[in-house]
Each structure stands twice: as structure tokens, then as C-alpha cells.
Design a protein around this ligand. Structure first.
Ligand code: 5GP
Ligand code: ZN
Length: 116
């Protein structure tokens, strides 16, 4: 999609530190890492968010999750990790191309959410 930041990364128009790639998905380091390991895993096809994903996206969504452990271990998070998929306004999604954050490292990542 024109003017989508992550589509531009898929197209190689914006550089990224790619850590995994296959025909369907791309994984690259977050530009502003929140933990020692912080990788974004995206479908190469533009899908705006989990709110707009459809039945035809099931395989690529499954692949993102199925590859998460391999990516996390490879990046230095051997004892687990957290996957976060911010979705829409309430989920405070900033980049409107579906992405899974994989966060981890040597230490526990912290509480899931602050209670409000
Ligand atoms: P969201 O809030 O949409 O779930 O997360 C967007 C993420 O994209 C943020 O963690 C942010 O640091 C990351 N990000 C934004 N722009 C870029 C970029 O140009 N390159 C990379 N690698 N990450 C980006
Ligand atoms: Zn896109």
C-alpha cells in the first residue's frame, strides 16, 4: 500500500535490520526497542490490523505466531518472550500495518499492563 511505512520496509525503500524473512512474513528490529529483544513481525501483504484481517489471512497470521519462538531464541531470548499485537484506537496501534511485537531478552519483561 502506498504511503504505508511497513510496506516500504517490505519493498526495501526504507532500511530495517531484518532478522527473518520468507515469502509471507518479514521480521526486523524495532527502531525504538523497549527490551533487549524487540522484533516486529509483519505480513508482507498489507493487512491494516487484526480488526480488518479476514479468513484468507489465517495462514499468514498463524505463521507469524509459529515463527515467534524461533525468532526470539535467535535474537537472544531463549527462555520465553511476549507477543503483543496492538490493534486499532483502543489498542493504541500507531503503525497501520499489522505487526506482532516480540519482546524479551535475558530478564522477565515486566507486568502485562499497569492497572488503571
Ligand atoms: P505500534 O504502536 O503500532 O504497535 O508499534 C509501532 C512500532 O513501530 C513502534 O514500536 C515503533 O518503535 C516502530 N517503528 C516505527 N517506525 C519504525 C521504523 O521506521 N522502523 C522500525 N524498524 N520500527 C519502527
Ligand atoms: Zn502496509
Amino acid at each position: 500500500m502506498i504511503d504505508c511505512l511497513f510496506c516500504k520496509i517490505v519493498a526495501g525503500k526504507i532500511p530495517a535490520k531484518v532478522v527473518y524473512e520468507d515469502e509471507d512474513i518479514l521480521a526486523f528490529n524495532d527502531i525504538n526497542p523497549l527490551r533487549a529483544v524487540h522484533v516486529l513481525v509483519i505480513p508482507k501483504k498489507h493487512i491494516t490490523s487484526l480488526a480488518t484481517a479476514s479468513a484468507e489471512d489465517v495462514l499468514v497470521l498463524g505463521k507469524i505466531l509459529a515463527k515467534a519462538n524461533e525468532i526470539a531464541v535467535g535474537q537472544g531470548s531463549p527462555d520465553g518472550f511476549r507477543v503483543i499485537i496492538n490493534t486499532g484506537r483502543v489498542g493504541q496501534q500507531e503503525v497501520l500495518h499489522l505487526h506482532a511485537h516480540i519482546v524479551g531478552g535475558a530478564e522477565p519483561v515486566g507486568p502485562m499492563l499497569k492497572r488503571i
